[in-house]
Design a protein around this ligand. Structure first.
Ligand code: PEP
Ligand code: MN
Length: 383
């Protein structure tokens, strides 16, 4: 009995009583030491057999995973299949273990198998740090985003005119920055709001970029515009509302320009990483992940800045991570603390909106900085 108990204890404590109750088949307390040793030896051998069988099952599970390559890590679990396997085992169970114990044990084995599939899945992801351990550094006009120093992408929410962008460019240069942003295709909540100047806006940005020696960044919303947009822009943004526009992601993967991919407002970190994988899978690995706040029940900020997404993304992927303090907070008074927090937690870059006269801006009047506020912002975050 002692021998059986030792096995039971090693596998599952809950089986102890079960066995004792059902099948007391011992040689009694007078069992000789040789008998005990023999039975223990058999148990040791059985343990190894079980170990080998469990690992053999693990190998098989990994093989199965190869046949479902397009499913996300969280999609590998198949409750119907698990139910069928457990039913079969229950039907074939002849004891001494109760059905409930067998189900408990096999559920653990299945869970371990699922974890193996998930690990393999992440290893296969091009953006995963398991796939490539070194940080990806994106070199754009001498700014090496991902080099451990904070970088800044500032500019108006929308390109409104050449004069407006020029005024912002002067301020950006004044602070020694090398990049400017400005939306030309604005995905607005209301169809009646300013939609952006389109390609005319991109032309303005390019002109400014050339005149001021600045890298220019703008959002593109249609896959068919990607190629043409790449002629104007140094970096292409995919906005939060389009994070899972898979055709747009694939098109971004085919251009030879770095991509700023913004996190969808309802996207999990896993959704976000998968969206980046779409771009990388088409050949473009120059991706900056931009945390820009997610929608929660909190109403004191425009979105909720998920600050810990920064280190999570940096652990899970090798890509640089940016934090957009403007769209995440939606509040001018929070731009400095949010940017400081982002830098402290490891962000590689900060995005913030600046406008010559925010009160008359055609979009995001509430949160763009004027030049004075921009001066204070740059001074505070560089301290
Ligand atoms: C933007 O950066 O201009 C913008 C619209 O941001 P988001 O897609 O994060 O809302
Ligand atoms: Mn904006």
């Amino acid at each position: 009995m002692l021998i059986i108990h030792s096995f039971v204890l090693e596998t599952c404590a809950c089986m102890f009583k079960e066995y004792e109750k059902d099948k007391p088949i011992t040689g009694g307390i007078n069992m000789s030491n040789e008998q005990l040793d023999l039975l223990r030896k058999q148990l040791d051998e059985l343990n190894v057999d079980l170990l080998n069988l469990i690992n053999k099952r693990g190998d098989l599970v990994k093989e199965v995973a190869k046949f479902k390559p397009n499913q996300g890590a969280d999609k590998k679990y198949d409750p119907v299949r698990e139910h069928q396997m457990l039913e079969k085992l229950k039907n074939q169970n002849e004891g001494p273990f109760h059905d409930a114990t067998i189900i408990h044990l096999f559920k653990e084995i299945f869970k371990a198998g699922l974890e193996l599939q998930e690990k393999d899945y992440h290893k296969e992801m091009l953006v995963s740090r398991k796939r490539k351990n070194e940080d990806t550094i994106i070199d754009i006009k001498g700014e090496k985003i991902g080099d451990g120093q904070p970088h800044f992408v500032c500019g108006p929410c929308a390109v409104e005119s050449y004069e407006q962008v020029k005024k912002v460019a002067e301020q950006i240069k004044k602070h020694g920055l090398n990049m400017i942003r400005g939306g030309a295709f604005k995905p607005r909540t209301s169809p009646y709001d300013f939609q952006g100047l389109g390609f005319e806006g991109l032309e303005i940005l390019r002109r400014i970029g050339d005149e001021f020696d600045l890298a220019v960044v703008s959002e593109i919303v249609r896959p068919q515009d990607m190629e043409q947009a790449a002629e104007y822009l140094d970096m292409i943004q995919i906005g939060a509302r389009n994070m899972q526009n898979f055709e747009l992601l694939k098109a971004a993967g085919e251009v030879d320009k770095p991509i700023i991919l913004k996190r969808g407002m309802s996207a999990t970190v896993s959704d976000f990483i998968n969206a980046a994988e779409y771009i990388h899978s088409k050949g473009n690995g120059n991706i900056i992940l931009c945390e820009r706040g997610i929608r929660t029940y909190e109403t004191s900020t425009r979105n909720t800045l998920d600050i810990t997404a920064v280190p999570i993304l940096k652990q899970e992927t090798h890509l640089p991570v940016m934090v957009d303090v403007t769209h995440s907070t939606g509040r001018r008074d929070l731009l400095i603390p949010a940017a400081k927090a982002a830098i402290a937690i490891g962000a590689d870059a900060i995005m913030a909106e600046v406008h010559p006269d925010p009160a008359v801006a055609l979009s995001d009047q509430q949160q763009q900085m004027n030049f004075e506020q921009f001066d204070a912002f740059m001074e505070a975050v560089r301290k």
